[in-house]
Each structure stands twice: as C-alpha cells, then as structure tokens.
Design a protein around this ligand. Sequence first.
Ligand SMILES: [Zn+2]
Length: 172
Amino acid sequence: MIECFGDNPDREGLVLTPARYATAMLDLTKGYFDNPTDLVNNAIFNEDGQLVIVKDINFFSLCEHHLLPFVGKIHIGYIPNGKVLGLSKFARIAEAYSQRLQVQERLTKEVADAIEKILTPLGVAVIIEATHFCMIMRGVKKLGAVTKTAWMSGLLKNDTGAREEFYALLNH
Ligand SMILES: [Zn+2]
C-alpha cells in the first residue's frame, strides 16, 4: 500500500508501519472471537419487568466496503419475558458485533438477534446512529451526515403503545 501511494516503505517512520497496521486491524476486529452467549454468562436473572432501555452505547466499527471506521451510538430496548440481563452486558454484545467488518444495517440486526436469542423477550428494539468515515472523508464528503438504522421485533414492532413508550423514553 505504501508503495502504491508513492512513499518509501523503508524510511524511518514507515518501517514498522505494516506490522503496527496489522496489529491495529486485528485489535479492531477482535469481535470475531467473542461468542455473545458466553459474554452474558452468569448475568441473566429471573425478573419480571417492563420496558428496559440502554441508551448511548458508544461503538466503533469498520465498514466492510472500505475498511474505514464508522462510529456512533447504539440504543437498545427490550420488554422482558421473565428474564433480564445485567446492564453492562449490552455494551459487551454491542462490542462483540461492532468489532468486525460490518455494515450498519447488519450490525443493527445482529445485536437485536443476539438479545432475542439470549433473553427470548417479548420485544426488542435496536437503533443505531452512526457517522461513516467513507462518507465524510471521501466521495460525497458529507461532513456531519448521520445514518440511522432500526430493527424491531415482537411487541416493540407490533404494539403501537409499546413502540411509542420506547421512543418517548429514548428521546427523553
Ligand atoms: Zn464504506
């Protein structure tokens, strides 16, 4: 890559760059080694409850088309069906799926599917707001453009009241 850019890979500042880059990329994609079902071990509790929202989980991911970052926030809501999950585990689930080569749409669904599988709740909603560096640094150069995606299931998809409560709490 360095040669393609027209720079000299042997100059002092660049000699170790390929190794550093490889290490950094492995670090940014370490989510492939996470199994979300293991991550939540010992953090599932038998509780009844109503709508739970975990808002503003910061994440970093890599767009699989350009290997450039996209960064933003994940908001998760669910309606328990007798089981709840320790709150910090939602951030771990978000991390496991964001630290892979991703597209925002799939990341949204994968986080929702993992919660679905782990808790079998009455409904799940995942919303992601992100800025894509492949959009702001190149091509259309839309500085500040934010992409929003949503995935909903169960009551949070089909019950208007539940969905409105979710949005009301989210925007509060
Ligand atoms: Zn991209």
